[in-house]
Design a protein around this ligand. Sequence first.
Ligand SMILES: Nc1ncnc2c1ncn2[C@@H]1O[C@H](COP(=O)(O)OP(=O)(O)OP(=O)(O)O)[C@@H](O)[C@H]1O
Ligand SMILES: [Mg+2]
Length: 272
Amino acid sequence: MPAQFHPAGLLSFSETDRSPLSIRARALVFIDPRSRQLRDQVESLAPARQPLLIRGESGTGKELLARHVHKHSERSGLFVAVNGGALSKAHGAAELFGHSAGYPAGPSSRAGWLGSAQGGTLYLDEIADLPLSLQQRLLEVLQQGAVWREGASQAQAVDVRLIAASSLDLALAVRAGKFNAALFELLQAGQVDLPALRQRPGDILALAEYFLGVYSQRLELPLPLLSEAAEAALQAYHWPGNTRELENVVHFALLVSQGQSIRADDLQIRGY
Ligand SMILES: Nc1ncnc2c1ncn2[C@@H]1O[C@H](COP(=O)(O)OP(=O)(O)OP(=O)(O)O)[C@@H](O)[C@H]1O
Ligand SMILES: [Mg+2]
């Protein structure tokens, strides 16, 4: 384990992950009545400082929704995305809460992810993967509005809005002794549920057309139409990988069709 860590290198801001397009530049395509209702709900919660918990299956768009909340919050600080399971075993507390100069995690002091989100929003993905000891400290930070950096002799005030995300049922994790009950209660008060893509079928074709537009522009291909058979296949599928899977399927189909109309055969829908 290296004696020094570099937060910006250890944990990536997730807009650079997985997707070749900057997530920051993305529109939130929410057409289905359930989605519209959810958008109204989160926009009304956006200006508050209360923590939020976004529950939803993998690939549903939790991070994009969290960014939407941040944009509507008028908070001037950064949106900082961290995965609860990506903190290092040895220096997780220092990475998250920061550390003072001379602390074993590094010679100069660091603000940590929490401090980087000062005045803004900390998006904590898969919060159930955060070790229990850090859950307890996070709860204290939220309740006190102050953080003790590792090795620090005094606490520092923090103004950070927490948006946590989970694909798991945290109530079950509490019962299994794997999640801090008091932190759960705090988060549960601001819980929003992001339905799986199959539960908001009105979004499927709108998203497919959106991704066709985005990728055809990027790849400098003509914007293809979806054939009726392709539309029917997209609508009929259950999308276990949600919007991320749809994005990948559409991207691939565009490459195969080279800007021609997309046929059902161009869609690599395999299911699992
Ligand atoms: N409503 C939407 N409109 C446009 N793009 C979307 C929408 N929902 C999701 N996406 C895109 O789908 C991909 C997955 O979204 P995101 O990363 O926000 O999901 P997630 O729920 O955080 O996934 P995970 O659980 O794997 O972390 C991203 O590329 C995102 O930009
Ligand atoms: Mg995510």
